[in-house]
Write a protein that binds this ligand. Structure first.
Ligand code: ADP
Ligand code: 5GP
Length: 218
């Protein structure tokens, strides 16, 4: 990588400690199964870390601060946004969500690939800030299936489900913008498709989990 010439007006690097090995952005509508697919991905592909986002939304039952999200007050979030602490941030369903630069840098330092699970506006910002990030859009098999998953998850009141479905319509229009698309119809198949995209990028072997996916035998 070339250093900026002295006195140049270039923007500071997004990740001053050096870029992480790879940034994988998993995006798509709420309820499509991003979190579920990423859990399967982390089991199958070694050497990946999930970035913990910041949000102003209230914790759901069972969610822990620093594990599921960094839960911030609206004031703290805006202060950190003004200080440039976020690689990307967006408003979604009336709440703020963002990827902390420090979170990416810390994981980058470990030499691991970093997975971001974020909505579409944030994914666009990461594409600009980290141009070699790999972006994957997760699509539902149908709108009806997406709604059924949001309702079935049981974390959102029906009016929030309707709001998330309205946002999903806009997000689905953006599906062609990203490097890859995975339709999450059959979970096993979709997880393997996502894992294969990541493996091809990292050039790693499948983890030995005893599953049916393809293997390279010695
Ligand atoms: P997201 O992280 O995109 O908001 P989740 O991973 O929370 O979505 O999944 C939403 C709901 O859909 C969960 O209840 C999950 O168990 C279910 N789900 C995920 N993938 C599938 C699938 N392929 N088929 C059926 N249900 C699924
Ligand atoms: P939820 O409230 O269901 O946890 O998340 C709502 C939406 O915000 C989901 O689509 C989720 O992927 C997205 N999201 C979570 N963290 C971030 C983040 O750091 N940045 C952005 N832009 N979106 C996020």
């Amino acid at each position: 990588m070339q250093a900026n010439p002295p006195g140049s007006q270039a923007e500071p690097p997004v990740l001053p400690g050096g870029p992480p090995k790879k940034v994988f952005v998993v995006t798509g509508p709420s309820g499509v199964g991003k979190g579920t697919l990423i859990r399967g991905l982390l089991e199958r592909v070694p050497g990946l870390d999930l970035s913990v986002s910041a949000t102003t939304r209230a914790p759901r039952p069972g969610e822990d601060d620093g594990v599921d999200y960094h839960f911030l007050t609206p004031e703290a979030f805006e202060q950190r946004a003004a200080a440039g602490d976020f690689v990307e941030h967006a408003t979604y369903s009336g709440n703020r969500y963002g990827t902390l630069r420090a979170e990416l840098e810390r994981r980058a330092a470990s030499g691991h690939g970093v997975v971001l699970e974020i909505e579409v506006q944030g994914a666009r910002q990461v594409r600009e800030a980290v141009p070699d990030a790999i972006t994957v859009f997760i699509a539902p098999p149908s709108r009806e299936a997406l709604r059924a998953r949001l309702v079935g998850r049981g974390t959102d009141a029906l009016e929030q489900v309707d709001e998330r479905m309205r946002t999903a319509e806009r997000e689905l229009e953006a599906r062609g913008e990203f490097d890859h698309e995975v339709v999450n119809d059959r979970l096993e198949q979709a997880t393997e498709s996502l894992a294969e995209i990541v493996r091809q990028t990292l050039n790693t072997e499948p983890a030995n989990l005893g599953g049916p996916e393809e293997r390279t035998h010695p």
